[in-house]
Design a binder for this molecule. Structure first.
Ligand code: IMP
Ligand code: MG
Length: 337
């Protein structure tokens, strides 16, 4: 058999999720009609992608973005799947005119979230989880007592062997679509206030993507930060409440208000370097423009007032370029970048 011919672009969130990965995935699918597959590489129904497509607003949780473009979409082995809500989500897309027949696949070695996992997570108060049973499913996977997609009945028509699909059927160009973000990563996030999966670009590789296949790593951040969960994150100042309203910072999955703070430049730089970001998108610049404040912070909690958009944008761009980013996009509009 000839060498595998795989090309991969990876999308990774550089903060705490909710930075607009769905928008970037949507835009890349639109530009690069050469994708043969999209693949979600981590997480489960804890995620919420908000996608604006053909005038409609869609929120997906487990289904990868490619279905909006008729691109076969895989839930990779690094993910966990709750079958009931997965099937429900497919039905909802179909009801809204999005065709999914023969388009959605589940890695047969992805792990299953069970009702017992959901119930146990329902009692969480310590982390502020999305209560989707994510931590419990990954715990059982790592403890070698989990249940895989191929071990249950009900998902047969969706199951694939990811090795066969990506490595043995000729050239594949894959958009690897991440969930959550670097600040929530099990290893690099603010433990224990993290999720239970690998939310880094390395997490994509655990799904059967060989390192030399990677073409671009699209890092996605926001010009301010938001976090949802149990730890204290938002300083008690009016400006953050204003940004929350202007940016409509409420969870796509749970509806919880997101806590707001200034962009942590040290976190952004670390995330760029560790994820190997080549293309950086900073979203929601228009929201800070409406708020009229241009501040960043650092790990030490020191605040810098950049006084103008121009100065702050140049500051971020400079740090990103030094860290290896080829191009930085500052973005306003929810549909384009
Ligand atoms: P879990 O992933 O449900 O276990 O939640 C762990 C932490 O990650 C909590 O602080 C959640 O609010 C956060 N979290 C999980 N998924 C997302 C997401 O897609 N966006 C933002 N925060 C998330
Ligand atoms: Mg989200």
């Amino acid at each position: 058999m000839p060498a595998s011919q795989i090309t991969a672009d990876i999308i990774v969130d550089l903060q705490y999720g909710d930075c607009g990965k769905g928008k970037i995935a949507h835009a890349l699918c639109h530009k690069n009609q050469d994708y043969t597959h999209t693949m979600r590489y981590n997480g489960g129904a804890n995620a919420g992608h908000t996608i604006y497509h053909k005038g409609g607003k869609f929120v997906t949780h487990q289904i990868p973005i490619g279905v909006f473009y008729g691109i076969p979409s895989i839930i990779g082995p690094g993910c966990v799947v709750y079958p009931e809500s997965f099937l429900e989500e497919i039905k909802e897309l179909n009801d809204h005119g999005i065709k999914t027949d023969g388009m959605i696949f589940v890695a047969d070695n992805a792990h299953i979230v069970t009702k017992a996992h959901l119930e146990e997570d329902g009692n969480d108060t310590k982390i502020g989880t999305t209560k989707k049973g994510i931590g419990q499913a990954y715990r059982d996977k790592v403890a070698r007592q989990g249940i895989r997609a191929k071990d249950i009945t009900g998902l047969e028509e969706y199951l694939i062997d990811v090795y066969e699909t990506l490595h043995t059927k000729g050239p594949a160009t894959i958009l690897c679509d991440g969930a959550q973000g670097f600040g929530l990563d099990i290893d690099w996030g603010d433990y224990p206030f993290v999720t239970s999966s690998h939310a880094t670009s390395a997490g994509a590789l655990t799904n059967g993507i060989p390192p030399q296949a990677v073409r671009d790593v699209w890092g996605v951040g926001k010009i301010y930060e938001t976090y949802v969960g149990a730890k204290a994150f938002e300083p008690d100042e009016e400006v953050f409440r204003r940004i929350r309203e202007l940016g409509q910072e409420y969870g796509a999955t749970t509806g919880r208000p997101r806590q707001v703070n200034w962009l942590n430049i040290d976190l952004l730089e670390r995330a760029i370097r560790i994820n190997g970001v080549t293309q950086l998108v900073i979203n929601k610049v228009d929201i800070l423009r409406e708020a009229g404040v241009w501040m960043t912070r650092n790990d030490a909690g020191e605040i810098t007032d950049h006084t103008s958009e121009q100065v702050m944008v140049a500051f971020i761009e400079d740090i990103a370029k030094q860290a290896g980013v080829k191009k930085v996009y500052f973005s306003d509009n929810p549909e384009t970048f």
